[in-house]
Design a protein around this ligand. Structure first.
Ligand code: FES
Length: 170
């Protein structure tokens, strides 16, 4: 075989394997891209509308949103006053109650302890809020961490009031 013919054969082999490689990458990438297009059921779960008309002052409900519990608490006037009178210096993760609860009567937050993810219990703990029994984190009536190993306050998700009785989470 002449040198020229050898070179052409090498070129062909290189081109063929390169093309195959491109197909392989394309096939591997597609399912990943496809997974990133949420179907309708996923989009529906992205937001949740909750009717809160039956929740009495001082009571709370737990709803599931994106597979996580969300606490919706209708606070009493004394719980609101207590949450709003706390000094920022006393907080491990300083956040004003006014910034956490758009409507002071309603507190909406993820029911997931910021320590290791247990679900805290309502109306428990030393700060008239929530208590996580897993390792002893105490949250106040604004869901702010006050004592225990949790590093941050219970997270407030994106939400809005669609009308007086309905909260849309997400
Ligand atoms: S998971 Fe809540 S205190 Fe550890």
């Amino acid at each position: 075989m002449s040198d020229q013919k050898k070179t052409k054969r090498r070129d062909f082999l290189f081109t063929a394997s390169y093309a195959l490689g491109a197909v392989g990458v394309g096939a591997a990438v597609w399912p990943f891209v496809d997974q990133m297009n949420p179907d309708r059921s996923v989009k529906a779960l992205a937001t949740t509308e909750v009717d809160v008309s039956a929740v009495e002052p001082g009571k709370s409900i737990t709803v599931l949103w994106r597979g996580k519990p969300v606490f919706i608490k209708r606070r009493t006037q004394s719980e609101i006053s207590e949450a709003r009178s706390v000094k920022m210096d006393d907080l491990k993760h300083p956040e004003r109650d006014e910034d956490r609860a758009k409507n002071p009567e309603w507190l909406v937050m993820l029911g997931v302890c910021t320590h290791l993810g247990c679900v805290p219990i309502g109306d428990k703990g030393e700060y008239n809020g929530w208590f996580c029994p897993c390792h002893g984190s105490h949250y106040d009536s604004s869901g702010r961490i006050r004592k225990g190993p949790a590093p941050t306050n219970l997270e407030v998700p994106k939400y809005e009031f669609i009308n007086n009785n309905t909260i849309k989470i997400g």
